[in-house]
Design a protein around this ligand. Structure first.
Ligand code: BTN
Length: 265
């Protein structure tokens, strides 16, 4: 097994101010931080565990896609939460994670990111971070949530298929970043926002998320499990579902999918 790069060592010591996210396990190589943490969650691991890897061999994203996870350059991390919220509010965790990433990006490199519903983080129109939320629960509540975040920090050499759409903090700012600093900033932000969100039932998360929204008023094409719909984004409901309007004045809510702006003619 390869040695852990120096910038990912001793991350736990940077998290002393955190109240929930205090335990970090770092791998030099793993299939997927989220799959590993989901297995721990099912085995009863306590809330607050963070799994980070230098390299993922089977990193994956939303809609069954893979997540480009080469060693030495980017951050791949997953966080285990056990929030006492109604399962209906679980989509707000996805917005919560997106806000934390956008705020951390601003803090470390000074660039304001945008969020493309529900949780793609874009810098100047290109994606620098993606978030995958997995959860298990039942009628009585949420049992566990694993928030998996891929954040392109110093990556620059993209495979051809994502070259037109991917970017990194380094590419956009012209600087290199210490992944330990970026990772601990992000984990610290998630910790403090999570404590606040538990206090107000995640109500403030939606308000914060709206400040980064890139799609309100835009005509979009939404793909969900092979079905494509189009409409104008009127807004978002209390749980973060997108509200699409049609030319005939009708409105409909969509809870998940992949949104793309449709160019105005
Ligand atoms: C997406 O935009 O489709 C979500 C990408 C999520 C990638 C992260 S990297 C860390 C964690 N482990 C995974 O296998 N996936 C998530």
């Amino acid at each position: 097994m390869a040695e852990l790069p120096s910038d990912l060592r001793n991350l736990e010591s940077r998290l002393e101010g955190c109240s929930v996210l205090r335990r970090v396990v770092c791998f030099s190589e793993i299939e997927s931080t989220s799959e590993h943490l989901k297995a721990l969650a099912r085995a009863g691991e306590e809330e607050g565990m963070v799994v980070i890897a230098d390299h993922q061999t089977a990193g994956h994203g939303r809609h069954g896609r893979s997540w480009y996870s080469p060693p030495g350059v980017n951050l791949y991390l997953s966080v285990l939460l056990r929030p006492s919220i109604e399962p209906s509010k679980a989509p707000l965790l996805s917005l919560f994670a997106a806000v934390c990433v956008a705020e951390s990006v601003r803090a470390v490199c000074g660039i304001r990111a945008g969020i493309k519903w529900p949780n793609d983080i874009l810098l100047r129109g290109k994606k620098c971070s993606g978030i995958l939320v997995d959860m298990e629960g039942g009628s009585r509540g949420v049992d566990w949530v694993v928030v998996g975040i891929g954040l392109n920090v110093n990556g620059r050499d993209w495979p051809e298929e994502i070259r037109p759409t991917a970017t990194s903090l380094a590419e956009q700012s012209g600087r290199r970043f210490d992944r330990g600093v970026v990772g601990s900033t992000l984990i610290g932000r998630m910790d403090s926002e999570y404590v606040k969100a538990l206090g107000d039932g995640f109500a403030s998360v939606r308000e914060k998320w709206l400040a980064y929204d890139m799609l309100s008023g835009e005509r979009i094409r939404l793909t969900e499990r092979g079905t494509v719909t189009e409409g104008v984004v009127i807004g978002y409901d209390d749980l973060g579902a997108i509200i699409l309007g049609d030319e005939d004045g009708s409105r409909r809510k969509v809870f998940s999918g992949e949104a793309e702006r449709v160019a105005r003619v």
